[in-house]
Design a protein around this ligand. Structure first.
Ligand code: PEP
Length: 260
């Protein structure tokens, strides 16, 4: 059974005090959740203090990106090696990194390897732009992003990978994909992994949906066969909203456990 995963990407939001307050509120309601994995992905400076703050809870931490290098003369960069003692996950290839910071598929692939090299788990974001969708290039785009990042991985590395399908046009717009479309793309992603790595790996792979997820629409995504969780942006900054999303993830785990 694939354990549902709910990750909250705080992006470049929160002051230090707000970060502690938000984490405390999430911890109070979701700090002992067992059946779903809950991952907070704060800005870099809050990772170390939050790791202490959340000590003893089941809530995990992630980083929003990392350098492709482990150390050296790379001013301003933060490596996977540096965050490894405090995080379990690192997001790579978020569309904001691709679009605003020029990260190519090749750069994303190098970062993914840095995450794996340092014993962490990558959440690889893939997804088409509005123009790609309109021109019927969704499958081609997602498969290209996955091929460049994953084709040469070892099976053991793929076992640590999470894919987030995030259509770019749905991020931060209040216009999520339809569940039917999300399931279709997730099924293409799983088929790609089946073809390349076989059924055991593809059936174990967790695929998240991301893009304007809220407490009220998440249930529709978590009812889908191939969607194992959510990567949440805006709604993760509201503790009540985020905890309701987590509880929907726990609901999915319970349904799967009873074979529903
Ligand atoms: C994201 O940034 O990954 C995201 C999905 O954002 P939002 O939920 O705000 O659309």
């Amino acid at each position: 059974m694939r354990r549902p995963l709910i990750a909250g990407n705080w992006k470049m939001h929160t002051t230090y005090e707000q970060a502690l307050e938000l984490a405390s509120a999430i911890q109070a309601r979701c700090g002992m959740v067992k059946y779903a994995e809950v991952v907070l992905v704060p800005p870099f400076p809050w990772i170390v203090p939050l790791s202490r703050h959340l000590d003893g809870s089941s809530i995990l931490l992630g980083a929003q990106t990392c350098s492709a290098f482990d150390e050296g003369a790379y001013t301003g960069e933060v490596s996977a090696k540096m965050v490894a003692p405090f995080c379990r996950y690192v997001i790579v290839g978020h569309s904001e990194r691709r679009r605003l910071f020029g990260e190519t598929d090749a750069v994303v692939a190098a970062k993914l390897r840095a995450v794996l090299r340092n014993g962490l788990r990558p959440i690889l974001c893939v997804g088409e732009t509005f123009e790609e969708r309109e021109s019927g290039a969704t499958r081609e785009t997602v498969e290209r992003q996955i091929t460049v990042a994953c084709n040469d991985l070892e099976r053991e590395q793929v076992a640590r990978l999470v894919i987030a399908y995030e259509p770019v046009w749905a991020i931060g717009t209040g216009r999520p994909a339809t569940p039917v479309d999300a399931e279709l793309v997730a099924s293409w992603i799983r088929a790609w992994f089946r073809e390349r790595f076989g059924p055991e790996i593809s059936e174990g792979l967790r695929i998240l949906y991301g893009g304007s997820v809220t407490a009220s629409n998440v249930v529709d995504f978590l009812a889908l066969a191939d969607i194992d969780g959510a990567l949440v942006g805006g709604a993760s900054l509201d503790a009540r909203e985020f905890c309701s999303i987590v509880e929907a993830g726990v609901g999915r785990a319970h349904r799967l456990a009873v074979g529903g």
